[in-house]
Design a protein around this ligand. Structure first.
Ligand SMILES: Cc1cc2nc3c(=O)[nH]c(=O)nc-3n(C[C@H](O)[C@H](O)[C@H](O)COP(=O)(O)OP(=O)(O)OC[C@H]3O[C@@H](n4cnc5c(N)ncnc54)[C@H](O)[C@@H]3O)c2cc1C
Length: 375
């Protein structure tokens, strides 16, 4: 038996008669990092005549493109003329029972009982103490808070350069904080607004109706502790250099984008388009962004509020600025989009803006100039 990550697909497996492909889907139907080269490598792949394959997809049904990458892999293998051993199956949110049922069915097909018992790997966590919170959006039914934590145990900082938490690995804005919700549920992830250099772990969280982890975080008082861990997310970072960076977000998606602006001490051109509901209630980071406009870490700020007379969304503001946005893209700008699933409307407007340039989002994505953190 041979087992490897999908990026390591060989050109041929002369001895193999069965191929099991197990894959998650990332973001809007994309491959996880360990499988990004799979489709390209599959083009070179030569299947033996007796090879049979099956694909198992892992995903979250809350996302419109549920398990899309697994479906694409299944179709691509079929397109290469490889025969299926067993039809593709999809597992929702790490369901242990679905996984073990899949094992039973595949076991029958291969004639060897396959008892699968999923035990979640518990990441090593640290205790983080809430030191400060700022609450927004209650009056417009979009409770969203900025939470700032510091490590509660082995506290303090290493003074050596680079400075970092003793208890946490180095991290950057755009990386993720994994939070363990109560009752042993799987962790939820929140995009970090701070870097280790800020000496604080900062996240911006929208309270979801009936949401377990977001509700738990929103109930915290300063002094309370949570268990968390850092997960690097190097695929979501602004490019360095002096090409413009266009940041687009809505609601809590402003968290990492503010972190990028905070770090932009070289004052490279950075523009923020952001949408909330009502400036009087949920204009997150308003004072901080004002300071960054003054010190030129932020070159331009364009906000849209949907529950005021203008009734505008962030995509409307992008549309209004289409000439400027197109020109920036033409000079090499990078676009970073962050927020909830409703950011799909933003994607359509960006496609329209790009059309006269004869490029699309996928082209920009391939050049590392279109990055998304959409959840
Ligand atoms: C990579 C990544 C980064 C993320 N960054 C952030 C962030 O910076 N800030 C932030 O607030 N959230 C972020 N999230 C979402 C976060 O991880 C949780 O999914 C969210 O807080 C809901 O968890 P919960 O336990 O409160 O809800 P659950 O108990 O899991 O769900 C309860 C209910 O809420 C609904 N629900 C759950 N999530 C959403 C959603 N995103 N939009 C609409 N309805 C939803 C469900 O349909 C369900 O009815 C991120 C997610 C990912 C994958």
């Amino acid at each position: 038996m041979h087992c490897s990550e999908m990026n390591a697909l060989a050109k041929q497996y002369p001895q193999a008669s069965r191929l099991f492909v197990l894959t998650s889907t990332y973001g809007d139907g994309d491959a996880p990092a360990s499988a990004r080269q799979f489709m390209a490598r599959l083009k070179e792949f030569r299947a033996e005549k007796n090879l049979r394959y099956t694909v198992l997809g892992f995903g979250d049904r809350q996302f419109p493109n549920f398990c899309q990458f697994a479906l694409s892999v299944d179709a691509a293998l079929a397109g290469k003329g490889v025969s299926r051993l067993h039809a593709i199956e999809l597992i929702d949110r790490c369901s242990a029972s679905q996984f073990s049922e899949w094992g039973n069915r595949v076991g029958e097909v291969i004639g060897t009982p396959l008892f699968l018992n999923y035990c979640a790997l518990q990441p090593a966590t640290v205790k983080l103490e809430l030191v400060e919170r700022a609450d927004y959006g209650i009056a417009v039914q979009a409770p969203t808070s900025i939470f700032r934590f510091k490590p509660a145990e082995q506290g303090g900082w290493l003074t050596a350069s680079p400075r970092r938490f003793k208890a946490l690995p180095p991290f950057e804005a755009g990386d993720l904080l994994g939070v363990i919700p109560p009752h042993g549920q799987p962790p939820r992830f929140y995009s970090l607004a701070s870097s280790a250099n800020d000496e604080i772990v900062e996240i911006c969280v929208r309270k979801q109706a009936g949401g377990l982890c977001s509700g738990y975080l929103h109930d915290l008082k300063p002094g309370d502790c949570i268990d968390g861990f850092i997960r690097p997310n190097p695929g979501f970072r602004p490019a360095t250099g002096n090409r413009p960076v266009i940041l687009v977000g809505a609601g809590a998606g402003i968290g990492p984008l503010t972190g990028f602006i905070r770090n932009n001490t070289r004052c490279n051109p950075m523009y923020l388009y952001w949408g909330g509901r009502d400036a009087r209630s949920d204009f997150l980071y308003q004072p901080e962004l004002g300071r960054y406009l003054e010190d030129h870490r932020l070159s331009g700020l364009n906000t849209a509020f949907s529950r005021t007379d203008e009734r505008a969304y962030v995509q409307d503001k992008l549309k209004q600025d289409e000439l400027a946005v197109r020109q920036m893209v033409n000079t090499g700008a990078q676009i970073l989009v962050c927020g909830g699933r409703d950011m799909a409307a933003v994607r359509q407007v960006i496609e329209d803006i790009l059309k006269p340039l004869h490029i699309d989002i996928e082209t920009l994505r391939g050049q590392g100039r279109y990055l998304e953190d959409v959840y």
